[in-house]
Design a protein around this ligand. Structure first.
Ligand SMILES: C[S@@+](CC[C@H](N)C(=O)[O-])C[C@H]1O[C@@H](n2cnc3c(N)ncnc32)[C@H](O)[C@@H]1O
Length: 305
C-alpha cells in the first residue's frame, strides 16, 4: 500500500518504521540496529559459523522490510573473508524505498545506500563488503505462495533427479537452501498468513537436510513453537532482547539448539489455551487438539526422553 510507512521514535530515542496498514512498528523493542544484532546475528552465531565454514554461506532474510536485519548482517560480517549469499523476501518494496529515502534519520542505513538502490532497481546487488564478497538477491512476492510453489515443483520432480538437486527451485528461480534464516514477519495476530503450519512445513521442506540451518524469530509464543515443532524443526529457547525476556530458535539439526524446549514446556503447552497451529491465514486461539498433541509427543526432541 503506497504511503503505508511512517517514521516513529521509540522510548529509547531510536527511530524505526511504522506500518499503518498492519498497525505495527518494525523492531519495536530496542530499535532496528540493536534488535537485529542481538536477535538475528548474535543468536544465530552468524560470524562464528561463517568463519568456521567453507564455501558460500546462505542466509534467507524473510521480511526484508526496511533492511535493518540485512544491514546489521553486513556490518557484523565485513571483516570475514569469504562469500555471503543474502536472499531477501518481501511482498512489497515500499519499506525498503522508505528506509533508503530516510537513511540519514534512521541511522542504521547510512553508508549502505548504494547496495540498497541497486537492490531496488535490479532486485540484485553484487558487491564487496570489506573482506566479504556479497551476492544479495531480492525476491518480491508472497512468501507463503513462493514456498508452496517450490514444494509443489519438488513433489512433481522424479525422486532420482530430485535427490541430485542441490538447489531449491522457487517459482522458476533457483535459490540456494539456507544455513540461517531471519524470520521477521509482522505478528501472528496481524500477519497470520506468515505463521501457519503449512508455511513452516514448506519452509522445512525447502531446507537441505545435509546443510544445518537455524532460524530465529522474536516471538516466544506457544502457538509459534508448537507450529515449528510440528513442521519438523527442533526448537529451543531464544535469548532475551530488550522488552522480550525470551525469543525462539529453531533448526533442522539439534546441534544448533543450545537450550531445547523440554518436557516441562511440553506439559505447559498441553495446558495452554493457545497452542493449536493455524492451518489457515486467519488468526485464532485454541488449545491443542488430540491429533497434534499425539504428534508433538512423538517428535524426536521429546520422544527419546
Ligand atoms: C517486521 S517487518 C520486517 C522488518 C525487516 N526485517 C527489517 O529488518 O527492517 C515485516 C515484513 O514482512 C513483510 N511481509 C508481510 N507479509 C508478507 C508476505 N505474505 N510475503 C512476504 N513478505 C511479507 C512485510 O511487507 C514487512 O516488510
Amino acid at each position: 500500500m503506497s504511503g503505508d510507512y511512517q517514521l516513529v521514535q521509540l522510548a529509547n530515542g531510536e527511530k524505526t518504521l511504522f506500518s499503518a496498514s498492519y498497525g505495527e512498528k518494525m523492531h519495536p523493542g530496542l530499535g532496528p540496529q540493536a534488535e537485529a544484532e542481538l536477535l538475528y546475528i548474535r543468536q544465530l552465531k552468524i560470524c562464528e559459523r561463517m568463519q568456521g565454514g567453507a564455501g558460500e554461506f546462505v542466509i534467507w532474510d524473510v521480511g526484508l522490510g526496511g533492511a535493518a536485519n540485512a544491514i546489521a548482517l553486513l556490518k557484523a560480517t565485513r571483516n570475514i573473508p569469504g562469500q555471503l549469499r543474502l536472499v531477501s523476501f518481501d511482498n512489497t518494496i515500499e519499506p525498503l524505498e522508505f528506509a533508503l529515502q530516510n537513511a540519514a534519520v534512521l541511522g542504521y542505513a547510512a553508508g549502505h545506500e548504494d547496495p540498497l538502490s541497486e537492490l531496488i532497481q535490479h532486485r540484485r546487488a553484487v558487491f564487496q563488503n570489506g573482506k566479504l564478497s556479497v551476492n544479495w538477491e531480492f525476491h518480491l512476492g508472497d512468501f507463503p505462495a513462493l514456498l508452496k510453489e517450490s514444494s509443489r515443483r519438488r513433489e512433481s520432480t522424479p525422486s532420482l533427479i530430485e535427490s541430485s538437486l542441490s538447489q531449491l527451485t522457487l517459482a522458476a528461480t533457483k535459490i540456494s537452501p539456507p544455513h540461517a534464516i531471519f524470520y521477521d514477519a509482522f505478528s501472528p495476530a496481524k500477519n497470520p498468513a506468515m505463521w501457519t503450519l503449512p508455511v513452516f512445513e514448506n519452509l522445512f521442506r525447502a531446507l537441505d537436510p545435509a546443510r544445518p540451518c537455524a532460524l530465529t524469530t522474536y516471538s516466544r509464543s506457544t502457538l509459534l513453537r508448537t507450529t515449528l515443532l510440528l513442521a519438523g524443526f527442533f526448537v529451543g529457547v531464544g535469548h532475551a532482547t530488550g522488552m522480550k525476556e525470551e525469543t525462539t530458535i529453531a533448526a533442522n539439526s539439534s546441534d544448533l539448539i543450545a537450550e531445547p524446549l523440554n518436557q516441562r514446556w511440553l506439559e505447559r503447552a498441553r495446558r495452554s489455551h493457545s497452542a493449536e497451529p493455524m492451518m489457515e491465514p486467519v488468526y485464532r486461539i485454541a488449545p491443542m487438539s488430540e491429533e497434534f498433541w499425539g504428534k508433538l509427543q512423538a517428535h524426536p526432541q521429546f520422544a527419546a526422553k
